[in-house]
Design a protein around this ligand. Structure first.
Ligand SMILES: [Zn+2]
Ligand SMILES: [Zn+2]
Length: 143
């Protein structure tokens, strides 16, 4: 009886689709996915529930929206909230992948900005856009 009540209690806080979605995103942590791809992989969740839950997860910082150049689609990437709040992120405009900057590197960079400009950068909110090593290599090989 108590167990059953517990189950109901939990459900009020995290719905089944959200839990399912979260597990899925955690399993694809380093990938950028569109809502379409996600709902294709999770046919048991309705498309509208996928969108609804993604926007809720985006608001609490669990996922991040990523844009790729040359694509109008919105991609989502899972963020490890605890580990990710202390470093900067680099976002590749070509493949949409997010890279987690080393914490020491983050400190060095932000430290010098603070020193030279007297500006404190909000690291959890800052993303540097550019082209990743992989995509640069591909570009060079094309030439
Ligand atoms: Zn990170
Ligand atoms: Zn890339």
């Amino acid at each position: 009886m108590i167990r059953r009540l517990d189950g109901l209690f939990m459900q009020a806080y995290m719905t089944q689709p959200r839990k399912r979605l979260l597990t899925y995103l955690q399993n694809h942590a380093d990938e950028t996915l569109t809502a379409g791809q996600i709902s294709e992989d999770l046919p048991e969740i309705s498309v509208s529930a996928v969108y609804r839950n993604l926007s809720a997860l985006e608001q609490d910082g669990t996922v991040r929206k990523v844009a790729k150049s040359g694509s109008r689609e919105v991609f989502y990437q899972y963020m490890k909230a605890e580990e990710c709040k202390d470093h900067l992120h680099l976002s590749c405009k070509k493949c949409g992948k997010t890279f987690h900057m080393d914490e020491a590197e983050t400190e060095a960079l932000l430290g010098s900005i603070a020193k030279l400009d007297g500006f404190t950068v909000d690291r959890s909110d800052t993303v540097l856009y550019g082209v990743c090593e992989n995509c640069q290599r591909e570009k060079n090989e094309e030439k």
